[in-house]
Design a protein. Structure first.
Length: 312
């Protein structure tokens, strides 16, 4: 059965039946708006959109995978501010012939990813559209912490990374060449493994700047450098190429460091810390903040594309 067969409100009933709500949700779907507790009295908010054919393909990813990805892209932004995610609002633009099971599985994936951090899907909107589009807004709570913005990095700070880079980009390349293995890389593209707790942890450690690595490490560190009025130098030897990535790169004729340094959608967190901070195991040093401007690798300008740009 397609979504046209159950109608808008039938689809809403089926989707909301798959949702559960955490302690911060005071009123969930069903009214003109949800009600979410904000104990800190400040709310961190971020939004992101996934468009079929641009951000995902149904023949590459299942509906539940797409739900996980859509939620992760927004939850990671909240974590990158040093906050804990609390709620998601989801707007769906859906072709009338979309199978109802696909929409239900999408909702299940969104809810499951949100639940990993104690957040809930609390509402949204639906519309018919020839192009399947998923727009998500995330809300988060700082719990008394100072938000970590992009503009606080200072020369001498250590640049550190929580999570992994390059895996999703490698998986995308593998899929685009018509393959489905290595499974490690393909699954990384389908469902990112985001180090959500590292965001609030970095805020507690005194991180001076932080960003979600969604478009590529060098490109996103470039945002930090530009906002802070500094330069950032990344060490190539801080990145180990895993065997599966090395083998895939050799088979496809790709430099694996292109994935590691410029690949996005793993949603690692990159942050800068004062040099006297002792970094926990979850954060590994990858470079330094320096006087100047822009991002370099081993002290030299990077030759190549540094990340994703929708309009390039």
């Amino acid at each position: 059965m397609s979504v046209a067969g159950v109608g808008e409100f039938g689809l809403i009933d089926r989707v909301t039946a798959r949702l559960s709500y955490g302690s911060t949700v005071l009123l969930g779907p069903g009214d003109d708006g949800a009600l979410v507790a904000a104990p800190d009295a400040r709310v961190v908010a971020s939004t992101d959109v996934l468009v079929e054919g641009r951000h995902f393909r149904r023949d590459w990813s299942g509906a539940r995978d797409v739900g996980h990805r859509a939620a992760a892209a927004n939850l990671a932004d909240i974590a990158a501010m040093g906050a804990t995610p609390t709620a998601l609002l989801v707007a769906l633009c859906i072709p009338a012939d979309l199978p109802i099971e696909w929409a239900e599985e999408l909702a299940a994936g969104l809810a499951a990813e949100a639940a990993t951090v104690g957040a809930s899907v609390v509402g949204g909107d639906m519309s018919g559209s020839p192009t399947l589009t998923i727009a998500v807004t995330a809300l988060g709570d700082l719990a008394g912490r100072t938000p970590v913005v992009r503009s606080g990095a200072r020369p001498g700070d250590v640049v550190a990374l929580a999570g992994r880079t390059g895996y999703a980009a490698a998986g995308l390349t593998v899929l685009s060449r018509g393959f489905r293995t290595p499974r490690l890389l393909v699954e990384a593209y389908r469902r990112p493994e985001v180090p959500y707790p590292a965001g609030p942890q970095a805020a507690g450690l005194g991180a001076t700047a932080m960003i979600d690595v969604s478009d590529g490490l060098l490109a996103d560190l470039g945002h930090v450098a530009r906002a802070s009025g500094v330069g950032v130098d990344v060490r190539r030897d801080a990145f180990e190429v895993p065997r599966q990535m090395r083998d895939a790169a050799q088979a496809l004729g790709v430099d694996p460091y292109t994935w590691l340094l410029a690949g996005g959608e793993d949603h690692a967190l990159a942050a800068t810390f004062p040099p006297e901070v002792t970094l926990p195991e979850q954060w590994r040093p990858i470079g330094r903040v320096v006087a100047g401007a822009g991002v370099t690798v081993d002290g030299e300008p990077y030759q190549g594309v540094t990340g994703w740009d929708h309009f390039r």
